[in-house]
Every structure is written in structure tokens, then in C-alpha cells.
Design a protein around this ligand. Structure first.
Ligand code: URA
Length: 278
């Protein structure tokens, strides 16, 4: 390849959203993987035929990538998620879930951070570059702003008790290339895992950061400026959880004047936590 061709190829990649180098050697993703013989012993060992609860490891064997992989999609996600009974099982199931196309371009799974016993669970949109590298939600600039906002009302990822801690996740678990908005298909693949994580964690209060998680979790289509500051009910099998919609910290970094609205929402959250404590 001539230097001018290499430069043109690089320019094209940047236009397509590639903004970092994630490996020393190039990977040709257009090559079909060489088929290898399936491992019948593994499939036979999986207790899929056992009535009752099927452990995620069995489901994982059924849906993982490889020559014997099933066509997977949102229904598969719902099936896998429904069979998890701990947050660790959800994370493990996601590590083996191959149906979400975002996984192919992401560096790391980005599942959750914070205190799993926390009263408050925050849900953001999707990991960005820093989150993709570290495999943890909200560790970049918007995460730092989020930490400062939480601190202002006495909350942190790892507070001394569940009352002053938060648990943080996203509605999308892999970084969309170039931070583009996730498609409906990608979101639908992740949503059953998010909903199951909420059901398992049973936070006292949920906070959605920005339009995407709010709209997806409460099934409304209004913009975030209409929805923010309001409490909704998120229905689970074991009862409903109050859900507060607020602005995404990345939006606040772009529109600092809107921080006053976010501050009102934080006060509302603090008041609700106080009222529920009595
Ligand atoms: N924005 C999000 O919505 N989630 C993250 O984890 C990081 C940035």
C-alpha cells in the first residue's frame, strides 16, 4: 500500500468513528472464522433438559459464539437474563452473550460500578471511550461530573452504608463505535439484562440519566427536558420502584447553564431518600 492510500484509509476510518488504536496488529474482521469441530461433550453436559431453574452457564453454552451458535436476538437476551438470579450471573451471561453487534467493536464489557447494596441505582446510556477502556461505567469526564453531583447530596459509589452509596449501570453495555447513538436493535438486545439487573438488585430508588434510559425504562417518548424532575414508577415482578428522570452529565458539560435543573432533581432525590428513611 502506498503512503497516500494508507493515509486515505486512515482518514476513512476516522470518519467512520474510529478514534483510538486498540491493538498493535490489524484484525481482518471480514475473514470468515475457520470452522472448528463442535464440542459435543460440553453441550451434553449442559443441564438444559433439567426441569426447573436453568443456570446461566447452561444458557451461555447454548448461545455463545462459535460454530454451534444459535441465531440470537432480543428473545434470547430475555431468556438468558430471566435465568440469572444474581448480578454476578448477569455479568457472566453478558460476557458470553454474542447477539449484540456492539460487542464486536467494543474493547470491554461495561456492566456496573458502585455498591451493589446501595439504595439508589443510576442508569446511564452507553459507555464512552474511557469506560470502554476501563470496563466500568461513568469513569470519564461525565462520570467525574456525576461523582461531584452525587457528593453534593452526600452520595458516592462506595459510601459507608447502602444509604449513602449508589450503584451505576447503563442501558447499553458495550461502547457504540465513535459514541454514536445506539440503534433500537442494540438497545433491545441489552434491555432484558438491564431490567433483570434492576429486579435482582431491588434498589429503593432508580435515577435515569438522560433521555435514552428514561424513555426505555418508562416507555415514554417525550424529550428529557419534559420528563426530567418527575418521578415515575418502574414496574417489577416484586412491586414498583420510584424512578426519577434527570439530565445526563454529558449534556450538562455541554450546557452548564442547565446544571440548575439537575440540581433541583438532586434535591428531589435527596428529599425522597430522607422521607423514605422515616
Ligand atoms: N455516558 C453514559 O451514559 N454512560 C457511561 O458509562 C459513560 C458516559
Amino acid at each position: 500500500m502506498r503512503a497516500s492510500e494508507a493515509a486515505a484509509a486512515l482518514e476513512w476510518l476516522v470518519e467512520m468513528g474510529a478514534d483510538e488504536i486498540i491493538g498493535d496488529a490489524p484484525v481482518n474482521r471480514l475473514l470468515t472464522p475457520t470452522p472448528t469441530a463442535p464440542e459435543p461433550a460440553k453441550a451434553a453436559a449442559a443441564p438444559l433438559a433439567t426441569p426447573g431453574i436453568v443456570r446461566p452457564t447452561a444458557i451461555v453454552a447454548q448461545y455463545s459464539s462459535g460454530p454451534a451458535a444459535q441465531p440470537a436476538g432480543a428473545n434470547d437476551a430475555a431468556l438468558m437474563a430471566g435465568q440469572c438470579s444474581t448480578l454476578a450471573e448477569i455479568e457472566q451471561a453478558l460476557r458470553h452473550f454474542e447477539a449484540c453487534p456492539l460487542k464486536k467493536t467494543a474493547t470491554n464489557l461495561c456492566f456496573a460500578d458502585g455498591n451493589a447494596q446501595a439504595d439508589v441505582m443510576l442508569i446511564g446510556e452507553a459507555p464512552g471511550r474511557d469506560e470502554d477502556i476501563q470496563g466500568k461505567p461513568f469513569v470519564g469526564r461525565s462520570g467525574q461530573l456525576l461523582d461531584r453531583m452525587l457528593k453534593a447530596i452526600g452520595l458516592s459509589r462506595h459510601g459507608e452504608s447502602p444509604q449513602d452509596s449508589v450503584y451505576i449501570s447503563n442501558v447499553i453495555f458495550w461502547r457504540p463505535p465513535g459514541n454514536r447513538t445506539p440503534t433500537d436493535q442494540e438497545t433491545l438486545m441489552c434491555l432484558p439484562f438491564v431490567k433483570r439487573a434492576i429486579e435482582i438488585k431491588k434498589p429503593r430508588l432508580l435515577v435515569c440519566l438522560g433521555a435514552t434510559p428514561t424513555q426505555r425504562l418508562i416507555g415514554r417518548s417525550e424529550g428529557i427536558l419534559k420528563l426530567r424532575g418527575r418521578w415515575f414508577d418502574f414496574a417489577t415482578e416484586s412491586g414498583s420502584i420510584p424512578l426519577l428522570a434527570t439530565l445526563h452529565p454529558a449534556y450538562l458539560l455541554r450546557q452548564p447553564a442547565q446544571k440548575r435543573l439537575a440540581w433541583r432533581d438532586l434535591i428531589s432525590l435527596k428529599q425522597r431518600l430522607k422521607a423514605d428513611a422515616h
